[in-house]
Design a binder for this molecule. Structure first.
Ligand code: HEM
Length: 196
């Protein structure tokens, strides 16, 4: 029981740290609407070790997050014979959840490889070029969609632990998740559909 509590706490701390990174990343990306500010930010970010330290921290925390999730899953599978009472009657099948998480991880790996190949001097131009492709826009929107579902579900759990009622949790979690992923989605959508 105490082991399970420790796992859950580790999972939440790792998740909240990743969430903090995502807020930072989304807000820095929104500077895109001022090309000079965007390039200045990424020039500073790529200068020295900052970017590498952030990347290393994200990889380590993500690994802890996934590993703990797998452990909790294994413990739950052994312990629970009757499912929890559900407020929402809609249940997504387990294989679909696993597939979507694998897709999200693949999305992050591909995205990091793509940005590592960017020319650090003009990240603005690199970003514009990336989203010239319809398939890249579709891929990023799919990744962001899965991220929205994942955040909604996880945040609703966190809010519930903090004592909010079931419906408040659901609405609050939807609002926060959509604001975050919507902020990310503005870039591919703007570049592909609006930019001349
Ligand atoms: C449309 C959405 C996104 C855009 C335009 C975008 C853009 C970028 C850019 C420009 C960089 C860094 C390039 C550099 O420093 O030279 C970067 C790095 C990174 N991005 Fe994204 N990103 C997006 C969504 C995401 C999402 C949803 C995640 C995670 C779920 C993510 C995770 C990362 C990570 C881990 C790095 C490497 C560490 C870092 O440089 O901060 N990104 N992204």
């Amino acid at each position: 029981m105490r082991l399970m509590q420790l796992q859950k706490r580790t999972m939440a701390v790792a998740g909240i740290t990743l969430f903090g990174y995502l807020i930072f990343h989304m807000l820095s990306n929104l500077t895109f609407f001022s090309p000079t500010l965007f390039n200045d930010f990424y020039n500073g970010y790529n200068d020295g070790l900052i970017r590498w330290l952030v990347l290393l921290a994200v990889i380590v925390i993500l690994a802890v997050h996934v590993r703990t999730a797998l452990k909790i899953r294994a413990i739950n599978a052994k312990a629970r014979t009757i499912d929890y009472y559900r407020h929402d009657k809609f249940k997504i099948p387990a294989p679909f959840v696993t597939a979507s998480i694998l897709f999200l991880l693949a999305f992050i790996v591909i995205h990091v490889i793509q940005t590592l190949r960017f020319d650090a001097v003009d990240v603005y131009l690199e970003t514009v070029q990336l989203f010239q492709s319809f398939w890249m826009v579709a891929f990023y929107l799919a990744g962001l969609f899965v991220l929205t579902m994942h955040l909604q579900h996880s945040l609703a759990n966190v809010f519930q632990t903090l004592g909010k009622t079931a419906w408040t949790c659901q609405y609050l979690a939807w609002t926060v998740s959509v604001l975050l992923t919507g902020g990310f989605a503005l870039l591919p959508l703007y570049i592909y559909f609006v930019m001349p």
